[in-house]
Design a protein around this ligand. Structure first.
Ligand code: COA
Length: 173
């Protein structure tokens, strides 16, 4: 975990990784609300490569995703295709939240090996000293289709919390 007070070389490395992650995500990411309070988790492989990155920030509010019904007859594969293609909508009523996942990324050759899940577990026990965050206290910034599939599975519901919507007027900090 890299914290805002860590040495400059570590923060510089985190900046480089964030730039690479933003390029990989392929669209404009919301800037962090407060750089001086963001916490970055890096997943380092045995051969010392950065395989995963999670950037978390303090937030106050999240908005619940409104789930759209998946057609009942579809196979698992069809459900994933449906999930990938549909736009997501969320409630306009804010709900209290504590931790915002600003970025979550895993190197593409290493996906579906629970790296993102492990980073989130680690974040939940380290974000606030002495407390373990519940899944209800976490929100995801403008999730990608991959992010939405992951968050749905991790949170155990498609109605997880989101924040930072770039394509509306809803960047409410
Ligand atoms: N399609 C369907 N289900 C997915 C999924 C996907 N692409 N990614 C995760 N899940 C679900 C699965 O149920 C998975 O469990 P399983 O593999 O046993 O079926 C579960 O979530 C846990 O996934 P995990 O292995 O912990 O996630 P990951 O390490 O592969 O990382 C992302 C998930 C989203 C971080 C990764 O796909 C990624 O980096 N994507 C590109 C960047 C991005 O879009 N980030 C999200 C920003 S909001």
């Amino acid at each position: 975990m890299v914290l805002p007070d860590d040495p400059k070389y570590a923060l510089k490395k985190v900046d480089e990784i964030r730039e690479m992650v933003d390029n990989d995500l392929g669209f404009q990411q919301a800037p962090l609300m407060c750089y001086s309070r963001a916490k970055t988790l890096l997943f380092i492989s045995n051969d010392k490569k950065v395989t995963g990155c999670l950037i978390a920030e303090h937030i106050q509010w999240g908005y619940r995703v409104i789930e759209e019904k998946v057609p009942e007859v579809s196979s698992e594969n069809e459900k994933v295709i449906f999930e990938r293609q549909k736009a997501w909508c969320c409630s306009t009523s804010p709900e209290p939240a504590i931790c915002g996942i600003s970025r979550i990324w895993v190197f593409n050759m290493m996906r579906r090996k629970k790296i993102a899940s492990r980073m989130l577990e680690c974040l939940r026990s380290n974000f606030i000293y002495g407390s373990y965050l519940s899944k209800e206290e976490i929100a995801f910034s403008d999730p990608t289709p991959d992010g939405k599939l992951f968050a749905t599975q991790y949170c155990g519901t498609g109605q997880f919390l989101v924040y930072n919507f770039l394509n509306g007027h809803h960047i409410k900090w």
